[in-house]
Design a protein around this ligand. Structure first.
Ligand code: 5AD
Ligand code: SF4
Length: 458
């Protein structure tokens, strides 16, 4: 069968889609471009209204492509979990709906539906434990994965937990991904060791709230800090990252790890959401400015060159100009290298839906624009401060912009910053994805750096 996967949303979704592609290919299916596909899998995101609306427009676009009997759409991910069999009622060309825990069964379900044209299935039950997926511990190495499907050579993502118990007032995730479920540390460590053995140099540990790894196991398993130390010790692993972290759950041992573990990358995404204590309280974040800034101080002490990034929401119900100024102040104090910022958007069933007063759209928009402008300047300044410094880049793929007389590759430094590096005299046949190269930063752009290579890639 020829299939295609369309992915929206976070890194967890990207990783789920990669796994699904491998699982289908191991069943003899072929991943193709949308225009050649018979079966369309949409992996959806419902964190804000916009990505949710995208699903409906994609479904509309795909309807005329599902005219022959073997053709259909499968909707997976967070909107699938949220809407469930509503998709089957509204869209005759949708024949499979699978949620966060249902994904483990999706490959066999897809094969079944491709053979039985009358059948339709909904897999949206939540399970008690993390559903281990086939190949979880023996993920094929990067070289075995067909190129061009979103896998970056030399890098791998490993799920360590699923779901979230925090119920922040704005967030739909606890409803779409369910309660927190940690994987067993043994399975995680085995998978990481296998990946490193097969050539992976950088591992990113994934979960909605990685810092509370193991808490659902009630002391039966190790803590997140202990897991980090164990994975760090895997011989040959050059880089470890993890995402996402809730500030209230980051343990002192994890902060300390940034100073102690040589392969733990000096970068952390630490969503603050708001700089106002009043709004943080309404959001149910369970930390205040002071506590957050204390964590930042600890991190900078342990690892002076740590690159911090964050998520911010503007226009949360009841947010005043004063509250917003506090958020602007947070940007200056922490000096995030970059941030993702969003206008608050009502999500079905979350506590903030009932909170009042709602901030008018134009006010929220103006705040967002101001915040993003300030961030742009801070990002630019922090990138400029790196000019002249030496660093190591893990190369990912060819840069979009190429120049004569060689090839330009794009990769990331340990801080997670994008660096473009030119290789004079190199041709397209020289594949540098997954290689490391020492560079000197020669220029800062708005969102990326330019580096000149110092020595040969390895
Ligand atoms: N409205 C706007 N932004 C939201 N986020 C989560 N829920 C909402 C919402 N209802 C943002 C948060 C989160 C990021 C993934 O999306 O900043 O960290
Ligand atoms: Fe979107 Fe959140 Fe689901 Fe990720 S977990 S796909 S960000 S709603």
């Amino acid at each position: 069968m020829k299939f295609t996967v369309l992915t929206f949303g976070c890194q967890m979704n990207v990783h789920d889609s990669d796994w699904l592609i491998r699982a289908m290919e191991s069943r003899g299916w072929t991943a193709v471009e949308e225009s050649e596909a018979d079966i369309f899998i949409i992996n959806t995101c419902s964190v804000r209204d916009k990505p949710e609306q995208k699903v409906y427009s994609v479904l509309g676009r795909l309807a005329p492509l599902c005219k022959n009997p073997g053709s259909f759409v499968a909707v997976g991910g967070c909107v699938a979990q949220q809407i469930g069999d509503g998709f089957l009622e509204k869209f005759p060309h949708v024949r499979l709906v699978f949620g966060s825990d249902g994904i483990a069964q999706a490959p066999d379900a897809l094969v079944d539906l491709a053979a039985n044209h009358e059948k339709r299935l909904v897999l949206t039950d939540f399970l008690g434990d993390y559903p281990e997926r086939e190949g979880g511990e023996v993920q094929p190495n990067a070289d075995l994965i067909p190129p061009g499907i979103g896998t970056i050579p030399g890098q791998a993502f490993v799920n360590i937990m699923q779901g979230c118990d925090n119920f922040c007032a704005y967030c739909i995730v606890p409803y779409t991904r369910g309660r927190q479920k940690s994987r067993s540390s043994e399975a995680v460590i085995k998978e990481c060791a296998h990946l490193v053995k097969s050539g992976v140099r950088e591992i990113t540990l994934l979960g909605q709230n990685v810092n509370s790894f193991g808490i659902d196991k009630k002391g039966e398993d190790i803590s997140f800090a202990q897991l980090l130390y164990k994975i760090s010790a895997i011989e040959g692993l050059e880089r470890i990252r993890f995402t996402t972290s809730h500030p209230k759950d980051i343990a002192p041992e994890v902060i300390k790890a940034f100073g102690e573990l040589p392969n733990l990358c000096p970068s952390l995404h630490l969503p603050v959401q708001s700089g106002s204590d009043r709004i943080l309280k309404k959001m149910g974040r369970k930390y205040d400015r002071e506590r957050y800034l204390g964590i930042v101080e600890g991190l900078k002490e342990a690892c002076p060159n740590i690159s911090l990034t964050t998520d911010l929401i503007v226009g949360f119900p009841g947010e005043t100009d004063e509250d917003f100024e506090q958020t602007m102040d947070m940007l200056e104090r922490v000096r995030y290298e970059s941030s993702f910022s969003f206008k608050y958007s009502d999500r079905p069933g979350v506590a903030a839906v009932k909170m009042k007063p709602k901030v008018p759209e134009d006010v929220a928009q103006a705040r967002l624009a101001r915040l993003q402008e300030r961030q742009k300047r801070i990002t630019r300044k922090s990138l400029e401060a790196l000019e002249g410094h030496e660093t190591v880049v893990l190369l990912e793929r060819l840069s979009k912009r190429q120049e004569e007389g060689g090839m330009t590759w794009r990769g990331k430094d340990p801080g997670g910053r994008v660096v473009n590096v030119h290789f004079a005299g190199y041709g397209e046949e020289q594949k540098l994805g997954g290689k490391l190269v020492k560079v000197k930063i020669t220029e800062a752009k708005n969102h990326s750096l330019v580096g000149a290579k110092v020595g040969e890639p390895w």
